[in-house]
Design a protein around this ligand. Sequence first.
Ligand code: DON
Length: 570
Amino acid sequence: MHTNCHLKAFLVLTFLLISGLELGYLHGASKAPVRAKHGMVASSEKLASQIGIDTLKKGGNAVDAAVAVGFALAVTHPTAGNLGGGGFMMIRFASGETACIDYRETAPAAAGRDVYLDNAGQIIPKASTQGYRASGVPGTAAGLCLAQKKYGRLSLKEAIQPAIDLAEQGFLVSDHLSDSLRAAAPLLELFPESRRVYLNNGEYFEAGSTLIQKDLARSLKTIRDEGADGFYRGEVAAKIAATYEPHGRWMTLEDLQKYEPKLRTPLRGSYRGYDVITMPPPSSGGTVLLEMLNALEGFNVSGIGAGSSRTIHLMTEVMRHAFRDRAELMGDTDFVKVPTSQLILKSYASEFRKKFDPEKASDSLALPARVLPAAEASETTHFSVVDKDGNAVANTYTLNGGYGSGVTIEGTGILMNNQMDDFSSKPGAPNAYGLIQGEANAIARGKRPLSAMTPTFLLREGKLFLVIGSPGGPTIISTVLQVIVNLVDFGFTIQQAIDAPRFHHQWLPDELRMENQGFSEDVTKALEARGHRLALRGFMGDAEGILLEPKTGMRLGASDPRGDGQTIGY
Ligand code: DON
């Protein structure tokens, strides 16, 4: 028996050496995905996942459940769950139709191109990331109410009431939430209302204590009773405008009244026979993801091996090229022209794929000129929901940074985003994620800042196969890419695909970011030898995915071990 094992190990190792494979990952086995027959919710907080499941069991569809989870996370996951932020909801109906709701924030009228620059043209530190002027006009209430009204089966009241109950009666603070709030103290204590609501007036919320949010419950009730108008007109809107009044009237009643969510047409592409349905502008996510998948199709990554330095090298080069396009070309397509349809063509990817060295790192600042094919005639949180009929929702929404701008609107419990930092404050200067962005993403009144959020579906033989997304700023797109490659090329389970260590390259800074746990030294050394500058970092992303097993239709779900999420099915 023993000898047999040794023999097997020897044969496997010999095979790997001969075939040139490296064992790239250090992590052990993943736990089995959560399995269920009917419905499933994967979100970054367990009470919210449970509310989603309860909504499905009550007869709600995936959209009802997603709306319920969206409002619940605003209560239980304040770092990213929100009313004061925005996001994107992708819906795939069992009928095969798709819908996409863009409820991204917009720049208020007071914002102009140079609003974050001083007289000398220099960026004013923190102006776009902290405090009153960092916020865009929120879209979440409008987006969730629209989704509910247009596509839900239950009433708005039924979808929102569980969140109201949690806010009003309180819930037990987890270790994760207690630590997260404490870690955000340097930001939140700058604003008295945030200090009162989220830091318990400086006493903090210990794990096991109860977090009651009466003001937030009242705001949610107004939305329950009046729909989106309960946020954008009336008392809540008046309080928002009053908060900004002494701060240069940064956000006014008019800004709020003018806000509207938009229905977008999802982008479509394919990867090794799977259809990919993903997020169009104003997110860069879908475009960059499709560019990367198209380019990778030209390499036999499954033959090279998961986690090997050669696979990571190829994927890094693909990221580098696609992220350059993001930086130089992308922005809100209601304001600027972006050649999206050309960028996602297979012929474009095969062109740029030829230009990089399959063995050595390129230099981000010396990439060859882009050749576009002729135009054809034609701290964020993600949750995934699938219902018993096979309708699905992939929703990513955000305040941008953890706890957003740090500002809570007095008497409403509404924490405001710092999404304005996703614009280019000054084209060419890095934002909080180190992203260099261009003219196309310059600030303009009413414009939406370019996002990287990438809620995505994969179909196999026309049938829903995967619902996926993640937070993580620009690393979102790389995370979604890696989950897809891990599933399609390496045959991982959904849990393994999410657990596997991650890496990211965004063109500039010219560095290959790698999670500092999970890659072997052999691999990091080999990447350096190929010319990559490594930046070892902590965890990237918090992916939440659901896969539909092709043969049985069983729902297999997984939450990211990097976060505190939970997948629940029934
Ligand atoms: O829209 C975007 O791309 C960013 N505001 C997302 C921020 C994010 O994912 C933060 N979470 N870690």
